[in-house]
Design a protein. Structure first.
Length: 84
């Protein structure tokens, strides 16, 4: 199974860059018919994870994926599942 991985540690304090990278990854997954995207916002204070979840909850983005899975073993990881 092909998957895309996005680590947000390097751009955690650049709001516009975060949104642009998230949009790029979602668009890539749709275009390449990738079934799984792993996003690593890191543990930290949880603000970056909240930012990612708010981005994914937008109606224009939400229609592109099947479901979101928050890793129960690793707080700093989110999976986006696509159904193509």
């Amino acid at each position: 199974m092909a998957k895309i991985k996005l680590d947000l540690h390097d751009i955690f304090n650049k709001g516009r860059s975060i949104d642009a990278e998230l949009q790029r990854v979602v668009d890539d997954a749709v275009a390449k018919r990738i079934a799984l995207v792993e996003i690593i916002p890191g543990k930290g204070s949880g603000q970056l994870k909240k930012h990612v979840l708010r981005f994914l909850d937008q109606p224009r983005v939400k229609g592109l994926y099947h479901r979101i899975e928050k890793d129960d073993k690793n707080f700093g990881r989110i999976f986006i599942h696509f159904r193509h």
